[in-house]
Design a protein around this ligand. Structure first.
Ligand code: PRX
Length: 634
């Protein structure tokens, strides 16, 4: 895919047709807005004025204790109040806030007023369960309205939520749950996927046996399949029963700007998953501003982000961004190709979606079915399209642009991360576009591409992507792991600049081309999967002595896993063991860990201190030069 990008980069073809959206865009002049963003404190303070504060901040940015930056110091605010309550006294009161649709064709519309009442009931219920400000509530839920309601209820009472993606399985779930010290877990009976019901409760039943902090399990009856309230100690309660009779008003907790908002686990290159911690006010300012600028959100927009709420894309742009801007957010549960590959386009037509944000892997998957499906539907309501999660290859960009956008809608290729919380590098709708380039850092963002010493590299040359100045939605630390926070992100380059973990280059027009991760993190269908997590899953299988995994290119998923295994005495690779290994890894990690190839080896390349050199395996795989092998053991 990177090779394609290079070809197009050389072509330097710029797309700047007469998009009809340009007329109504909030930001009319890209370059002028970028200029404004040079003064970060002024720029972000102006954006913070869009909210209702209980108390305004004393200082925009406190950088006296780097890298622990603080934004909107001493401000008091509540996210749920601004995302929901604020709209109740306006004409938006009866506008649909959440439009839930699933692959079975069922829908549920929740207005801002209904959402307000539901969130308040749940806030009261959580309080009654004894949840105090600053305590953590975990969620393992499908894309259902109760997930959004529960997250907002947490904000309302000042609790910190930790949402675990419902596509992760027992092992991954236990690890995340135990790190977050949650007392309450909210889950569901199941979720719809390709015509089947995935039994989430069964996974939870198994996992919670290993989660000692969980005192209460709240179960949403979502699919209506029979569920067992299996715990006789009374630890489990149905969601409907919990909120029944609760008052529908609640005074929002006055949160300090820097109070923690949520923890979201993501994979790193080594060790356990990282609990990325976001705080309140800066996050709100960052996600609302970027969504408004990048997708030019107006109040009457029907916004659809297909990302799962279990990842950062869903947190920032399925729930928080759109509700903070007061538009309607479409929440879709199901697969992109079931009951047929026209389902997404049918939904766009039926509801009149105006802005549509998805991932390259989904586009590549749908592209396989040709132009037929997008051509079956009237997609003329679409004004802006977006892409996120991995570099988008130009073929997919152009297919999306021509078949879904009909050559009239610009594509916002947004580069960002769980850690950044918000879009960082992306065009605005008025920009000239190059397929495969996320274009330029957004206003207020100062990104650069540097060499190992932290010096800017010449134009066109690859280097490390860094962010030189703080931004409001930046993560504040790694939960339970401040040292790792400092070491992984802030120590490598001088001057306390943020190391993103991606390689990139800048072309002569100042456009940034993201080339992929510089570390051992895999991107499988846009999901971030840590090599060490997969290796641990393999090693926990009785036949495996040692494991090393790398990413192998895949035309649809971007990458899949290639595993090199040293098996224990008496075991040899064969189809039975491969099937068993696949089952085992799926049980530990869930369907995100897509296995492409498993090979048996006698030895793995290691440094003298015993660290596996995945770089060598990758180079061999790609038929590239092995590079510096001086640290290789043998
Ligand atoms: O490698 C980059 C890739 O996704 C990584 C962040 O993954 P995650 O924290 O899971 O967040 C994904 C959704 C924001 C980045 O380090 N990435 C994300 N967006 C792009 C991208 N790579 C290229 N182009 C993008 N637009």
């Amino acid at each position: 895919m990177l090779r394609d990008t290079t070809v197009l980069m050389n072509e330097q073809r710029i797309f700047k047709p007469n998009y009809h959206v340009v007329e109504e865009a909030h930001v009319k002049n890209w370059e002028a807005e970028l200029e404004k963003g040079k003064d970060i404190e002024k720029y972000w303070a102006e954006k913070a004025e869009q909210f209702e504060w209980f108390k305004e901040w004393d200082k925009v940015l406190d950088d006296s204790d780097k890298p622990f930056f603080k934004w909107f110091v001493n401000g008091k605010i509540n996210l749920a109040y601004n995302a929901v309550d604020r709209w109740i006294s306006t004409e938006k009161r009866n506008q649909v806030a959440i439009l839930y649709v699933n692959e079975r064709g069922e829908e549920k519309k929740i207005t801002y007023y209904e959402l307000y009442r539901e969130v308040n009931k749940m806030a009261n219920a959580l309080r009654n369960l004894g949840i105090k400000k600053g305590e953590t509530v975990s969620m393992y839920l499908p894309m259902c309205p109760e997930l959004l309601i529960s997250m907002l209820a947490c904000n309302k009472i000042g609790a910190v939520h930790s949402v675990v993606y419902s596509g992760l399985s027992v092992g991954a779930f236990v690890e995340r749950m135990n790190d977050a010290d949650a007392k309450v877990l909210i889950t569901a009976d199941g979720t719809y996927r390709r015509g089947k019901i995935i039994d989430l409760k069964k996974i939870v039943d198994e996992a919670v046996l290993q989660c000692p902090t969980i005192e209460t399990i709240v179960v949403v009856k979502h699919t209506g399949s029979p569920i067992e309230i299996s715990d006789l100690s009374g630890r489990e309660i149905l969601y409907d029963r919990l909120v029944e009779g609760e008052p529908d008003t609640f005074a929002p907790e006055e949160m300090d700007s820097e109070d923690p908002l949520f923890i979201l686990y993501t994979s790193g290159s080594t060790g356990k998953p990282k609990g990325v911690l976001h705080s309140t006010a800066g996050y709100m300012v960052g996600v609302a501003t970027t969504l408004k600028n990048v997708f030019d959100i107006h109040e009457n927009d029907l916004w659809w982000c297909t990302g799962d709420i279990g990842w950062i894309t869903g947190h920032s742009y399925v729930i928080y961004g759109p509700l903070l801007l007061g538009c309607t957010t479409l929440v879709y549960e199901g697969a992109p190709d079931f009951p047929d590959p026209g389902i997404w386009w049918r939904i766009v037509e039926k509801y009149g979606v105006t802005k549509f944000y998805t991932a390259p892997t989904a586009i590549r998957h749908l592209m396989r079915f040709g132009n037929k499906y997008p051509n079956l539907y009237n997609l003329s309501s679409l004004k802006i399209l977006g892409s996120v999660g991995e570099p988008i290859n130009p073929e997919a960009w152009i297919w999306f642009y021509e078949n879904v956008g009909k050559g009239k809608t610009p594509i916002m290729d947004t580069w960002w991360q769980t850690e950044t919380g918000m879009h960082m590098i992306s065009p605005l709708p008025v920009a000239g576009l190059k397929p495969g380039s996320a274009t330029k850092p957004l206003p207020g963002i100062h990104a650069e591409v540097v060499d190992e010493q932290g010096e800017p590299v010449p134009l066109g040359k690859g280097g490390y992507l860094v962010i030189k100045k703080p931004w409001p939605a930046m993560f504040r630390t790694l939960y339970h792991d401040e040292e790792r926070f400092k070491d992984v992100y802030w120590k490598e380059f001088p001057g306390c600049v943020y190391r993103a973990g991606d390689m990139a280059r800048i072309d002569e027009d100042g456009y940034i081309w993201i080339q992929g991760r510089s570390d051992d993190v895999l991107k499988i269908a846009g999901h971030r999967v840590g090599t060490s997590e997969v290796e641990s899953a393999f090693v926990s299988h009785p036949a495996v002595a040692e494991a090393a995994v790398i990413g192998k290119s895949d035309p649809i998923k971007g990458q899949v896993i290639k595993a090199f295994l040293i098996l224990k005495e008496g075991h040899n690779i064969n189809t039975t063991i491969i099937e068993d290994l696949k089952r085992h890894v799926r049980y530990e990690l869930g369907p995100v860990a897509v296995l492409g190839e498993i090979v048996q080896v006698d030895k793995l390349p290691k440094t003298r201190s015993g660290k596996i050199m995945r770089r060598i395996l990758r180079a061999k795989e790609e038929g590239e030069d092995l590079g510096d092998t001086s640290t290789l053991e043998e």
